[in-house]
Design a binder for this molecule. Structure first.
Ligand code: SF4
Length: 466
């Protein structure tokens, strides 16, 4: 008898990656239209919970209408070998297991979950959280036997979601703060995660003490705990190997591991930059760092931001250009915790290169922005176009302005080099430039070009024989 015989819809890995579009949805839980949503795992003492119990606070699925609801999934577990350190990685499995359920789509993590249940599955009988609770409980206990007892609460009552949301946010911050302080140089191993390969087949997260996972849900400590209790699971140890570039963050062991886990697609990774060979981006990243060529700086936009960046693009458009397990030069999926790291885009200039971010995001990370830069980085409330951005950066003396000066000098040099290239050997430059124009050849003729356009299919340069 199948483990899910009493569940009205199919359950299996084949449903991972299933997308439910709004017209096909029965209901949306969490998502960008509601402020309060979360999923949280807590380790409890065995006597504090009842194994196999599902609690529903607020209306059940069958009583919901087609709209977006505040939503919380609160999972309490107990077991002799369970430690608080494992809460984060066990919590991340909620995403995977919910997606095994036919007609249930789960995106993102922590305070940002976005769930849809399809009309078809509700018609088939998936009309209560009791079924979802049963599936999660059985999957958790069969895949992670260290969980001996599990109790799950689903919350749709907006007031209760809000109350538990505050607790969840405090817990996330405590977990992240625990992982701060350790440096990448102080460890011999990093951890990798391939949990998102069902959506982005070539994506491999490399989790270091100073580069949190893209989803922001798994720290180096979480990775270590996960690899220890579930060595065959999606989180694994990576021997760092020789560091060939400490600024960009290139390690031979990381290259090797990513190559093997990405099926040979990704052969080189630079951990601390958005350019060249940046870390791959799946689709769960909390934010996107994107290059703004007009100011030679980097903007950052996070998932919850509803507006557009100064280049006129929204988070979802920028995310589309970034996601899919690719390495896209200048488009980089990151976690918000990584923005608090001293290694944050260090090869690109770190915070000195950040030229724009939404105000709500700035508020969350402002304690980690160098003091002298805080007022020099504008937000969506201060600039909305590239022209305004340029003017703001110039007025405040943002460090990228110095790069513009260097770029102008480079261009002048390039121009000079181009002129050198057309100058016949041995002829001094001054001899070729007159107040009227550029003399193309020395000797008996002088050609002055004024107000002309030249279209040439071919340019042949022949050496003149003496
Ligand atoms: S974003 Fe990375 S760490 Fe997070 S679940 Fe996906 S692969 Fe794992």
């Amino acid at each position: 008898m199948s483990m899910f015989e009493d569940i009205p819809v199919d359950v299996g890995i084949i449903y991972e990656g299933e997308r439910i579009r709004w017209p096909d949805a029965y209901v949306e839980l969490g998502g960008p239209r509601v402020e309060h949503k979360f999923e949280l795992v807590k380790v409890r003492r065995p006597e504090e919970i009842e194994d196999g119990k599902t609690i529903i606070i607020g209306p059940d699925i069958k009583d919901l209408e087609k709209k977006s609801y505040p939503f919380g999934i609160y999972v309490e577990i107990a077991g002799r070998e369970l430690e608080e350190e494992l809460e984060g990685v066990i919590e991340r499995r909620i995403h995977e297991y919910c997606n095994y359920i036919e007609g249930m789509m789960h995106l993102n993590q922590r305070y940002d979950i976005w769930i849809r249940i399809s009309k078809r599955s509700v018609e088939k009988g998936l009309d209560s959280f009791i079924y979802i609770g049963k599936v999660l409980q059985r999957l958790f206990k069969s895949e992670l036997p260290i969980i001996e007892k599990i109790q799950i609460t689903f919350i749709t009552d907006p007031e209760k979601v809000k109350e538990k949301f505050e607790e969840a946010m405090r817990t996330y911050e405590e977990r992240d703060a625990r992982a701060r302080g350790l440096r990448d140089e102080e460890v011999d191993v990093f951890y990798g995660c391939t949990l998102c390969q069902s959506f982005a087949p070539t994506h491999v997260c490399v989790i270091t003490p100073q580069r949190y996972s893209n989803c922001g849900a798994i720290s180096w400590f979480d990775g270590r705990a996960a690899a220890r209790v579930d060595p065959k699971g999606p989180i694994f140890m990576i021997e760092k190997g020789k560091c060939v570039d400490p600024l960009k963050g290139e390690f031979l062991g990381v290259n090797e591991s990513v190559k093997s886990k990405s099926g040979g697609e990704i052969t080189k990774v630079w951990l601390y930059t958005a350019f060249g060979y940046p870390h791959t981006s799946c689709g769960c990243f909390e934010a996107v760092a994107f290059y703004i060529p007009e100011v030679d700086g980097i903007g950052i936009v996070h998932r919850g931001f509803q507006g557009t960046a100064p280049n006129g693009l929204s988070f979802s458009t920028l995310a589309d250009s970034t996601a899919g397990g690719r390495q896209v030069d200048g488009f980089h999926g990151i976690s918000i915790e990584y923005m608090r790291s001293p290694k944050f885009l260090q090869s690109d200039g770190g915070w000195n290169r950040i030229v724009w971010l939404p105000e709500s995001l700035k508020e969350r990370v402002k304690g980690f922005v160098p003091d002298d830069l805080l007022d020099k980085i504008p937000t969506d409330k201060q600039v909305t176009t590239i022209e305004e951005l340029k003017a703001f950066l110039e007025e405040k003396g943002h460090p990228v302005v110095k790069r513009w000066e260097a770029m102008i000098e480079e261009k002048v040099e390039e121009k000079a080099e181009e002129r050198e290239a057309v100058r016949p050997l041995g002829v001094p430059l001054e001899a070729m430039i007159s107040p009227e124009g550029l003399r193309l050849a020395p000797g008996g003729f002088r050609i002055i070009l004024k107000n002309v356009k030249i279209h040439a299919k071919k340019l042949r340069i022949k050496k003149v024989e003496k």
